[in-house]
Design a protein around this ligand. Structure first.
Ligand code: DGT
Ligand code: MG
Length: 372
């Protein structure tokens, strides 16, 4: 792995799954710029350019040295002229005019705002933007709008949901939920995944993946757990998606397609101990002693667990590169459910993430090195 600039002997792979990408990003001034431009492309529906920006950003995130001169880019993959122009401008001015235009632009600002609402995606944002709406107030107070239940709760808990979740809050919820599940099914496997598994100190949601080695025993876990949490008054909103997983189905070609496992999108009521307890009588003075936190549960059969864990650990860009590598370099198809070897026409079983890396002929990367 690369340690010094301009060292010609060091090859940087074009795939994030062949590079270590720790959390600390010493080229953030450039990667932030690329990610804003990528997001803007996503908002405009320009998927190809979005991918190029994200791949360029991921290459820079994996470097162990800060880009200080244009010479430092020699030999790095996925940095075409468009990318180099941006880097050069930032090296010279400390900023990039194109990025500033984007973040001050109506479209980007509106889409950022709209997609920050739980239950609002690109399609709804586009619709609201075209209708001329620019603020949350205009939308919330429009009597003609029909919101989904998810969006209603998204508005209701907007402040909490858009604020960061700390690692200790995530661990508190995870420990609490795991204890409940283990009482129901003692040999269940409950894992905190997503960004927190990659070592992030803060996140947008708490991703928890659940399985059980005893066949079919995972099936009762979700509904029973939700019932217990509901009875304790800890669920502000939940939406269960039942499994549509079919074992014989080939892995999806769509890189960003959601998986077919049973899952539940939750707004969890995290009660903060000691807060607000002193002034319960005085309504005006009363401070809220809880915080609404987005939590996702994913339940998988044991046979697919390693693939699902790998898929839900992320980062998104790491996952995209893993799939691209499998397809282009190995003639295999990878998704959150499994790995299919097209040459041998077989699904490859895996019970650990290490097994999957081995099937792909890749050196194992720990979750904290997958922050592409
Ligand atoms: P954050 O924002 O702090 O929650 O960061 P992450 O990395 O935990 O991101 P999150 O929670 O959106 O997703 C965790 C991983 O789960 C992500 O790296 C890929 C997977 N994932 C989540 N939603 C989707 C989806 O809609 N499609 C696909 N393909 N993967 C998804
Ligand atoms: Mg997450």
């Amino acid at each position: 792995f690369n340690t010094s600039p301009s060292s010609s002997c060091v090859q940087v792979s074009q795939y994030a799954c062949q590079r270590r990408t720790p959390l600390q990003d010493i080229n953030q001034i450039f990667t932030d710029a690329f990610e804003i431009l990528a997001e803007n492309c996503e908002f405009l529906g320009n998927k190809e350019l979005c991918k190029s920006f994200l791949r360029a950003s991921a290459v820079l995130k994996s470097l162990r040295f800060p880009i200080a001169t244009m010479k430092d880019l020699d030999g790095l993959p996925l940095l075409g002229n468009e990318m180099k122009t941006i880097i050069e401008e930032i090296l010279e001015d400390g900023k990039c005019a194109r990025v500033l235009d984007v973040i001050n632009g109506e479209r980007y600002k509106s889409f950022k705002l709209f997609t920050s609402i739980f239950g609002v995606g690109l399609k709804t944002s586009e619709k609201w933007f075209r209708m001329g709406f620019r603020t949350l107030e205009e939308i919330k107070n429009n009597p003609e709008f029909k919101f989904t239940k998810m969006q209603k709760y998204g508005f209701l808990h907007y402040e909490d949901i858009t604020s960061y979740i700390s690692k200790s809050e995530a661990l508190e919820i995870y420990d609490f939920v795991r204890d409940i599940i283990l009482k129901l099914v003692p040999d269940a496997v409950v894992t905190l995944t997503g960004g927190f598994r990659r070592g992030k100190e803060r996140g947008h949601d708490v991703d928890i993946i659940i399985t059980c080695p005893r066949k079919e025993k995972e099936k009762s876990i979700l509904h029973n757990t939700i019932t217990i949490l509901k009875n304790q008054g800890l669920i502000l909103f939940y939406d269960i998606n039942e499994s549509t997983f079919v074992e014989t189905k080939l892995p999806s070609k769509k890189v960003d397609a959601l998986d077919h496992f049973q899952k539940c999108f939750i707004i969890f009521k995290l009660v903060k101990e000691g807060v607000g307890a002193t002034n319960i009588k005085d309504n005006e003075m009363e401070s809220k002693n809880w915080k609404a936190v987005r939590v996702d549960f994913v339940i998988t059969p044991y046979k697919q667990y390693a693939y699902a864990l790998l898929g839900w650990t992320g980062s998104r860009q790491f996952e995209r590169d893993l799939r691209r590598y499998a397809t282009n370099e190995k003639k295999m198809m990878l998704d959150n459910h499994g790995l299919f070897d097209k040459t041998k026409n077989v699904f490859l079983d895996a019970y650990t993430e290490e097994d999957i890396f081995e099937h792909l002929g890749l050196e194992y990367l720990e979750p904290w090195d997958r922050n592409a």
